[in-house]
Design a protein. Structure first.
Length: 362
């Protein structure tokens, strides 16, 4: 199963351009609402310098990165929760995502229309978040009615779920996101199957240009996002689209000339990785070095299953080498000799950077 980030926002804010940057692809980009009807899905590699460091020691034939799926979802509009602009379809696409990348227009350009003819990042965010809130309210209401029909016979679990949903409804009525509601771990687990939109981890991507006003909009967005504990990543989409279409030497020269330290797209991918609560483990050999994405807190048995179901079915044990030990001693035989290679069972909690070799029997 891939981990998915849904790219959302109003029409004409730069979602499809951002998707093209992330995937270096050619999804449709146009200056009119609903250019993207069916969502584009792209598999985006996660840059990890540790892979290159390991490759310098092992010299494998192939290097394979971990990845995230990014979904380019069509622009939402006011009334989407009531079906406006094919809203129900688009909201359903968001519900399938594990995290949200909310693109916000923070620039003025007379050649690019704004769906409401007014560049106000705070208002744009409010429109989108209100639609997500209304959709979640509708989900709450429908599920409470369904559950109440089942409570003719007393059922403690159903009553608990109704109580949590009523708590959520009271909060949503105030036009507040569920992510700022004080839900404990058990309460979140009770309603996890409903995949509430306003509970999804979110980053805001500020689409900027080099005009002074753009940075004023950016600061405005940062103040707004801090209230809900979300991160803001600024990116000049048009500039970065040019950069990713250059060859490596051209890109390096351009970045040096304009003192660009890092591509915004790398920040987006890495932040998405953190939002999804993922860690990386490695498998390493002469044929390939590979990074694998897995949820933080996963066991060695779950990591084995990530690679192949046979690995988990016939799991015997996992041999673990820490990344820093491998970099320091540069030899698996040396690491084994000094006792730095650990043998773990199926309940071992995987750590970020573990280099693992699974022993299995089928």
């Amino acid at each position: 199963m891939g981990f998915k980030c849904g790219i959302i926002g109003l029409p004409n804010v730069g979602k499809s351009t951002l998707f093209n940057i992330l995937t270096k692809g050619n999804s449709a980009v146009a200056n009119f609402p609903f250019c993207t009807i069916k969502p584009n899905v792209g598999i985006v590699p996660v840059f990890d310098q540790r892979l290159n460091n390991l490759a310098k020691i092992i010299s494998p034939k192939k290097i394979i990165h971990a990845f995230i799926e990014f979904i380019d979802i069509a622009g939402l509009v006011k009334g989407a929760s009531k079906g406006e602009g094919l809203g129900n379809q688009f909201l359903s696409n968001i519900r399938e995502a594990d995290a949200i990348v909310h693109v916000v227009r923070c620039f003025k350009d007379d050649n690019i229309t704004h769906v409401y003819n007014d560049i106000r990042p705070d208002k744009d965010v409010e429109i989108i978040n209100t639609e997500l809130i209304l959709s979640d309210f509708d989900t709450c209401e429908k599920n409470i009615l369904q559950l109440q029909k089942k409570t003719i016979i007393k059922n403690h679990e159903i009553e608990k779920k109704i109580n949590v949903l009523n708590k959520c409804m009271s909060h949503l009525k105030k036009c507040l996101m569920l992510k700022v509601l004080n839900l404990n771990i058990e309460e979140k687990k009770i309603i996890s199957d409903l995949r509430f939109l306003t509970l999804k981890p979110t980053m805001y991507v500020a689409n900027i240009n080099d005009e002074k006003e753009s940075y004023y909009f950016l600061e405005e967005l940062k103040r707004l996002s801090s209230k809900e504990g979300s991160v803001v990543i600024p990116i000049s989409s048009n500039l970065e689209l040019e950069l990713v279409n250059m060859n490596s030497q051209e890109q390096k020269s351009f970045m040096e000339a304009f003192n660009i330290k890092n591509l915004g797209l790398n920040n987006i991918v890495q932040t998405g990785y953190k939002l999804l609560n993922l860690i990386t483990f490695f498998t390493a050999g002469a044929k390939e070095i590979r990074a694998w994405e897995i949820l933080d807190g996963s066991t060695s048995l779950q990591a084995a299953h990530k690679i192949h179901t046979d690995f988990s079915k016939g799991f015997i044990r996992a041999q673990i080498i820490k990344y820093l030990d491998f970099i320091k001693y540069k030899s698996e035989s040396k690491i084994r000799e000094i006792g730095k290679c650990r043998t773990e069972g199926k309940h071992y909690k995987m750590q970020d950077g573990d280099i693992v070799h699974f022993l299995f029997n089928i």
